[in-house]
Design a protein around this ligand. Structure first.
Ligand code: TXA
Ligand code: MG
Length: 341
């Protein structure tokens, strides 16, 4: 199959809309990461996503809409919780996915057999235009090969899925750079399942208490059930061995330089570059978590373009937007963290 990379002209958006109505799949830009879309109301179309990505069928997909009214129009949710109105009022369109009780129209392929469904109204104008052109909600996971970092450019999508999908709409670089915040409103207390561009603190300001699922910051113990199936899978890891180093600036620099060889690298802050004697993969300024989120996945992919074998990574804290960066980094490192007292 030939994979066309298309500029997001009206004509091309209509073309992708037709493709999706026909049961095919296509990659589309969103403000978080690129998504691999299919008609969310048709289980057979959705199956194509799983095979192109090599995604386990028990990992459910997010349903993307272009207008809040589509939740009812397409019977996506059986009962919209009060707190969903409060959250969407404040954060939609935007990088927030809300888990709600599943409606009758959502096929099992989308929800992976769960009785809940994840819904998001993206902010990216091209994403919304494609949903409108397709005239139906779109199921879309990140448009990467399962396990690798999510794609933040059309080049990343092409690298992973060239020859496996008919089209990629090129919307340039993604603004947020990590996947959406996922919060579930099913259960006794709202629970954060994945940190992203909308922070825990922002959610709490609007709906009060929000729990943080254990798997957000910690490794699941053997046999422990993931509240969000995606969290049990290995994620984002480069081919090199990534190890996070939790320490102050000086100790990080000294530690990495003491281990310097031609096969060692550093996933570091911009300020570290001049201090380090190893190959650097910078992912943003130390004080700018939004920039770190924006650049992290490209930096992880950059490691794979070299023959570096061991990478020592900076370890951010977990407040605000830094929680999303930490969550992705610690998974990429397989939860290997060195503590330097
Ligand atoms: O920013 C994003 O969310 C991007 C763009 C394309 O919108 N999409 C994305 O999708 O990251 P994906 O499939 O890579 O991640 C969706 C996550 C997975 O961890 C999945 O397990 C979880 O959401 N999820 C989906 N439906 C769920 C449900 N009903 N209950 C619990 N977790 C769910
Ligand atoms: Mg993904």
């Amino acid at each position: 199959m030939n994979t066309d990379v298309l500029l997001p002209t009206k004509e091309n958006i209509d073309k992708v809309g037709r493709l999706l109505r026909d049961g095919q799949i296509a990659a589309i830009p969103t403000e978080t990461v690129y998504g691999l879309a299919a008609n969310a109301l048709d289980g057979n179309s959705v199956k194509n996503i799983f095979s192109a990505k090599g995604r386990p069928m028990d990992n459910p997909l997010i349903v993307h809409i272009s207008d809040f009214s589509q939740i009812e129009k397409f019977s996506l949710v059986s009962d919209i919780p009060e707190k969903a109105y409060m959250l969407t009022e404040k954060f939609w369109p935007g990088p927030l996915t809300i888990i709600m009780p599943k409606g009758s129209a959502v096929p099992n392929e989308v929800s992976a057999g769960l009785d809940t469904v994840a819904v998001r109204l993206p902010a990216h104008p091209v994403a919304r235009a494609v949903i409108k052109a397709a005239d139906r909600p779109l199921a879309a996971p990140s448009a990467n090969t399962s396990g690798s970092p999510s794609p933040t450019s059309s080049a990343h999508v092409l690298h992973d899925l060239n020859g496996k999908i008919p089209a990629i709409l090129d919307g340039g670089l993604c603004e947020v750079g990590v996947e959406s915040t996922v919060v579930t409103l099913v259960g006794d207390c709202p629970t954060l399942l994945r940190p992203g561009g909308v922070t825990l603190e922002q959610l709490q300001t609007v709906i009060g208490k929000v729990n943080v699922s254990d798997a957000v910051l910690n490794k699941l113990r053997d046999g422990e059930k993931a509240e969000s199936p995606g969290m049990k899978y290995k994620h984002y890891a480069p081919k090199a061995n990534l190890i996070l180093v939790r320490s102050d600036d000086d100790k990080y620099i000294k530690y990495v330089n003491a281990h310097s060889t031609a096969l060692v690298g550093a996933l570091c802050y911009d300020e570290d570059i001049t201090e380090l004697s190893v190959k650097c993969f910078p992912f943003g300024k130390k004080s700018d978590c939004a920039e770190q989120a924006n650049r992290l996945f490209d930096a992880l992919r950059e490691i794979d373009r070299t023959n570096i074998q061991t990478v020592y990574g900076r370890c951010p804290d977990t407040h605000g937007m830094a929680m999303a960066v930490y969550n992705r980094l610690v998974r990429a490192a397989g939860f290997e963290v060195i503590e330097l007292a």
